[in-house]
Unconditional design. Sequence first.
Lengths: 575, 192
Amino acid sequence: MLNKLFKFYGGVKPPSNKTLSNALPIVQAPLPSRLVVPLHQSIGGMPRPVVQAGERVLKGQLIGQADGWLSAAVHAPTSGTVLEVAMHVRPHVSGLDSLCVVIEPDGQDEWIAHGPPDIATMSPADICNYLQQHGVVGLGGAGFPTHGKLTATPAVPMAELIINAAECEPYITCDDLLMRERADDIVRGIAVFRDMLKPQSVIIGVEDNKPEAIAAMRAAVDAQNEAFSVVAVPTLYPAGGAKQLIRVLTGKEVPGSMRSTADMGVQVFNVGTAYAAWRAIGHGEPLISRIVTLTGNVRQAHNVEALIGTPMNELLQLAQPHPDTDGIIMGGPMMGFLVPNESAPIVKTSNCLIAHSERLFPPKAPEMPCIRCGACARACPHELQPFELYWHARAKDFGKTQQYNIFDCIECGCCSFVCPSRIPLVQYFRFAKSEIWAREREKKAADEAKTRFEFKQFREEREKAEKAEKLAKAAAAQAAKKAAEAAAAAAAAGDAPDAPPADKAPDVAVDPAQAAKKAAIEAAMARAKAQREAAQVKNTDDLTPEQAKAMADIEARRQQAGIAEPATTTETKPE
Amino acid sequence: MDILLAIAIMALGAVVLGAALGFASIKFKVEGDPLVEKIEAILPQTQCGQCGYPGCKPYAEAIAKGECDINLCPPGGMEGVQRLADLLGREVKALEAEEKPKQVAIIDENTCIGCTLCIQACPVDAIVGAAKQMHTIIAQQCTGCELCLPPCPVECIHMEVIPETLDNWKWKFPVIEIKSAPHDSAPAKEAA
C-alpha cells in the first residue's frame, strides 16, 4: 500500500548509533538481588500501597492500587518477600526519593493465578478498567495511562489510529527488537485498540532505518489478515514525536493548544504499549517487565527484558560496561538524562540505558553568547523561536516565554543540538516551565489563603455583630424587667400609702413614675446589701473577749503601719 | 452677530462634551482602587503581619497611598520587592528582614493541651481542634506566618521548612560549572 507522506518542519539528523545494539536478540535478564518498585510510575495519581513489609507476594500480585481515574496499578515483578515500603531514589533528574515497594526475590518466580479474560463479553469500559488494573501505561516515554486514551471524543469520529514505532532517538533499539521478535503479539494488541476506537484506518509508522522490523510487522499483519498499513517514514529526529508522526503520516497539523489529539480524530500509541496491552488482555499478565536497550560504552550492547524495579547499575552489568564508564544515561542522548544515583530502578518508561564515558560523550565546550543565527528556529519541529524563548527564559520574563508558546516545546533537544554557541537551550526552557508551574501553584495557594483570611474576618465581624445583638437584647430584657418591677412597686406604693402622701410631702406625691423609680432603686440597693451580707465572712460573730482584744490590737497595728484604711477596719471591727 | 454664533457653537460643544464626560464618569466608575488589587496580587497572602499591618490588604493599601516602603514583606522575598518596584516605578530596596525558606507549622500533639489560642490566632483557619481536644494543622493551608507560635502556652508548635519532593521540585537555572581544566589534554583538544 502506498501512502502519501508529508514532512514536518525542522528536525535534525544526529548519528543514530543503533547498529551497536540491534544485532543481538532480546535476552531475559536474570533476577536481581533486590527489586525496588516505585509506586508512582505513570502520569496521574500516585497508587496506594496495598502490601506491608514482611508479606510474601507472588509474581503479578497487585502491590499498588490505582488512585483515581488517571492512574495505573503497580504489580510485583516476581515472587518474594516485601522488605519494606519506604522512600527510595527514583530515576529522575532531581535524584529525589519517592515511595517504593522493596521486594527480595525468592528465586522461584512463582506466578499468581492469572489467565486471559473473556474479551468478547467485556464492554469498552470494562476493558479500560482491566488495562488500568493491569498497570498498562504508555511505554514511549511519558507514561500516560493507556486506558485514558482509549475513549474516542464522541463528537469527532476516529479517523486514524497511529502506532508509533518510529523510535527516532539515537542508540535506542528496544522497539526495533520487539517488532522483530514479537510482531504477532503487537498486531493482536493493535487489534484490541482498533476494536475499541473503531478508526477508519490503522497506520504503523516505522522509521526506514529498521527494515527488519518493517518486514516482520508486515508479515505479522498479513498472517493475521489485518488491514493495518505498515509505513516506512524517513529517518529524521524527532519523527517519533506524536505530533510529528501524525503530520508525517496524515498531513494533519495538531494545533498547539489542543490537549488531546483524539479531538482531531487521531490517536497515537507506542508499539510497546500495544504489546503490553496484549500481554494483559491475551495472557492476563500485568505490566511487570519491559525491553530495555543497554548500550553506549559497553562491550556487548544488546536488549534485555528486565523486570520493573531492577537497579540500573545491576542491569547495565549484563552488557559489560568498559572500565572508564562514569555514569548512566536513562533514555536517549537527545532527551535522556544522566541519572544522579545509579542504583535507581528501571521503571515502566525506562527504554534505554547508555553507559556514559567522556570518550563517547565529550564534555560540552562552555556556553557562548547567542549570536541570533536562527539555526535553532530552523531546527525546531514545533516552529517555535528558541532564541527568543532563551532570551526571555534567561531574563526570567516568564510572561513573555508564554507569549512565545513555551508550553508547545516538547524538549526534543534539536535546538541545543544545532546551536553553534552550545547553549543548553532546553535546560533554560525546562527551568522556565517548572518555574511557571511553581508560580501557578503559589498563586493558587495565595488566592486560597486570601479567601480563607477574608472569610475569617467576615466570620469574626459576624460573631461580633451577633454578640452585640445578644447583649442589646439582654439589656432590653433587663430594662423591661426593671420597668415591670418598678411598676409593681409603684402599684404597691399607690395601694397602701394612699393616705400618707397627703400629709408627708405634697411636693413629691406628684410623680408616681419617679416614685416608682426610687422604689426600684431602693429595692435594688436592698438586694445588693443582702447579697453583700451573704457574702461577708461570718466567723466574727461570737468571740471571746481575748480574741476581740487580739483583733483590735492587730487592727491598731495595721492602722499604724498604714496598711488598712481606717474606714474598712472600723467596718470589720466587731463592736 | 458672527461672534455670537461662534460663542453659541462653542458653548453648545462644551455642554455636549461635558454631558458626555459626566455620563462616562458615572457609567464607568471604578469601584475600589485598582492599584491596591494589583499590589495585593503580588503579595504572598500569608497574612502574617510582619510588615506591621494587619494583613496583606492593609499593607497593599498603605503602599498604594505611599505611606510605607515596599520592602517590608519577608515572605514575598526580594523577588516580591522587585515586582512591586516594577509595578510602582519605585526604587528597589533591600529587604528589611532576612528571607526564609517556605515553612509550615507543626503541632506536637502530645504536648498540646487544647487551649484553642492558636486556632484564634491563625489568620487562615488552618488549625482544627476544639477546647480540651488535641489540635492539628492542615499543612496544605498553612501559610507559615508563625502567628500561632507566640500564643501557645506550652510551646508545642514549631516551624518546619517544607522539604523538596518530586511534586514541588523545580529545574534549576542553568549555570556553567567552574571546573579546573585538565592541563595536559586541553591543548590537544584545541588543536583537534
